[in-house]
Design a protein around this ligand. Structure first.
Ligand SMILES: [Zn+2]
Length: 444
């Protein structure tokens, strides 16, 4: 029984409450009580109203769910959104993205691009995102200031990158940052070897040792394309995932991003090691990279989360839209209309993301004791009528423009569609100025 004598900071009374855990449940006439940033009460409206709350908020025609978790992205790349489109992955990377990064990416770029990404994500119902980009210290500071939650993966490649001349330097910076943010309530530092084709065995072994020592996660692009797998087989005589397994990288703290190519052996490795897969369907579709077999993974017991990837290859950070794409694509790939139903799709975008990022004890579902990371979707619009199953409506008939309120650790970051901590107009002005410099319309 709740302690009725203790005050709640906030009591939310939505029309529909979708806690995600237990699975498949939609509660009506229920309330959620928050104190000191945590969920301390979930129960019937009548019991909720007997509690002493500082603020009571009715959320009519709204679905309250855990905040969405964008499990893979490159936040500051929002400033390259639309710079080079409709190109094959390697042409896009080698002829456009890498040269643009070499020319433009510095601390200011990462600061402004990350702020833009954070704002877009909060407005889209995302309470936590994973980032893998240059100058991770700057990104961590922007996350700290904005109030959102994030995993910051330290990018590590065998060649020099903006902010780190060598892989050793990147690893050293990562260890330092890990120490700095070890006790941060909302930020988790992990190691981000870019991909099997950009990081050799020696550096991967170093990363494995350090991650083990620190109990840190590893976030990596793996099997993004058939070409990547084929090249590894030709050059090294083994598939990239098998190589990572041989090097000891796989495990519950390993996050394999993309995985569009999965053999029976790969599936067995993922299952045995309890690694997570992060599915980025729109980036895979746009770059014609292939299809991650979500239903097959799910049925085998692999934890599958969802991510948008960077805005340069998507081109938005719309996780609700991404989840809809994932739900539709899963059915096409599995050849079954029952694959990845709406409730499981929402679970993939929330609790599975938290599990992949190793923060499921803290967030990902609305459960007593967890941080109050929540989003209220407004389902009152004509396009959502009539509402038979609000979760089905959310996944198949609702866009991110229906995100009305959002809280992270009990702090409201979006109030009636308005950002409470970030200046939307200023962010737009800064982004447009970067666009003009990058496209050569003004002197840099
Ligand atoms: Zn990526």
């Amino acid at each position: 029984m709740p302690n009725t004598a203790a005050a709640l900071d906030l009591l939310l009374l939505p029309t529909w409450l979708v806690p995600v855990e237990p699975a498949g449940v939609v509660l009506k006439e229920h309330g959620v009580g928050i104190r000191d940033g945590r969920i301390v009460f979930i129960g019937p409206r009548s019991a909720a109203l007997k509690l002493n709350a500082t603020e009571i908020r009715e959320l009519p025609d709204m679905l309250l769910s855990p905040g969405l978790i964008n499990a893979h992205g490159h936040a500051a790349m929002t400033l390259f959104r639309g710079l080079a489109d409709d190109l094959p992955l390697m042409t896009w990377l080698e002829n456009h993205i890498w040269p643009a990064e070499a020319k433009w990416v510095d601390e200011d770029f990462v600061r402004d691009g990350t702020d833009l990404a954070i704002a877009e994500q909060i407005k889209g119902g995302i309470t936590c995102f994973s980032d893998m980009y240059f100058f991770p210290k700057i990104a961590s500071e922007r996350v700290h200031n904005s109030g959102i939650r994030a995993q910051i993966a330290i990018p590590i490649l065998d060649f020099p990158i903006p902010g780190a001349g060598t892989a050793d330097e990147a690893i050293r910076q990562g260890v330092e940052l890990f120490g700095d943010f070890k006790h941060h309530e909302r930020i988790k530092i992990t190691f981000g070897p870019h991909a099997p084709y950009t990081v050799g065995d020696e550096n991967l072994e170093k990363i494995r040792m350090i991650a083990e020592e620190l109990d840190a996660s590893i976030h990596m692009h793996v099997h993004e394309t058939a070409f990547e797998v084929q090249q590894s087989v030709e050059q090294r005589g083994e598939r990239p995932l098998a190589r990572l397994a041989r090097l000891g990288l796989l495990g519950p703290r390993f996050q394999a991003v993309h995985m569009t190519q999965i053999s029976e052996e790969d599936l067995a490795l993922l299952v045995e090691s309890n690694s997570s897969v992060i599915h980025c369907p729109e980036s895979n579709l746009k770059l014609a990279s292939g299809f991650c077999p979500v239903e097959r993974l799910w049925q085998a017991g692999v934890n599958v989360a969802v991510g948008t990837d960077g805005a340069a290859s998507n081109n938005d950070l719309d996780l609700l839209g991404e989840t809809r794409t994932a739900a539709l694509l899963a059915k096409a790939v599995a050849g079954s209309a029952t694959a990845l139903d709406a409730h499981r799709a929402l679970r993939m975008a929330t609790l599975n993301g938290a599990r992949a990022l190793g923060i499921e004890a803290e967030t990902g579902s609305l459960e007593i004791g967890k941080a109050a990371d929540m989003v209220a979707f407004d389902l009152s619009g004509l396009a959502q009528q009539p509402v038979y199953d609000p979760v089905s409506q959310l996944i198949y008939a609702t866009g991110r423009d229906c995100v009305k309120h959002l809280w992270v650790a009990g702090k409201q970051l979006l109030d009636d569609r308005r950002l409470t901590r970030l200046d939307e107009q200023q962010l737009g002005t800064v982004a447009r100025a970067w666009g003009q410099r990058i496209s050569g319309r003004t002197e840099s």
